[in-house]
Design a protein around this ligand. Structure first.
Ligand SMILES: [Zn+2]
Length: 100
């Protein structure tokens, strides 16, 4: 069964000051073994592509295997992703942003 999992980092996400809005709810459930990094994504890539609120970086087993630390810094402009978890989840191969 799928579980709705938001990964809680060991260290708290940087505090952005009072009035910081809560993270949007994840758009979808992820298969077992995958979770979302509980970190807001402002945009994707150097062209600042729009990212729907509720899309996050996908973690595998709680870890980030992606080459790029944050979607905002992603250099992948191919627009193509890679299917993981038996073709259930489409992510950016460089930063792991959920593009399903
Ligand atoms: Zn990316």
């Amino acid at each position: 069964m799928s579980t709705l999992a938001l990964h809680t980092p060991k260290k708290p996400v940087e505090y952005a000051g009072p009035g910081t809005p809560a993270l949007p709810a994840p758009l979808r459930e992820l298969p077992a073994g995958l979770s979302y990094r509980a970190e807001r994504v402002a945009h994707h890539g150097l062209h600042r592509e729009y990212v729907v609120p509720g899309r996050f970086v996908v973690l595998i087993g709680g870890e980030s295997p992606w080459a790029t630390a944050r979607p905002e810094e992603c250099l992948d402009t191919s627009g193509q992703g890679v299917w993981i978890a038996d073709y259930e989840v489409l992510v950016c191969l460089s930063c792991g942003l959920d593009c399903t």
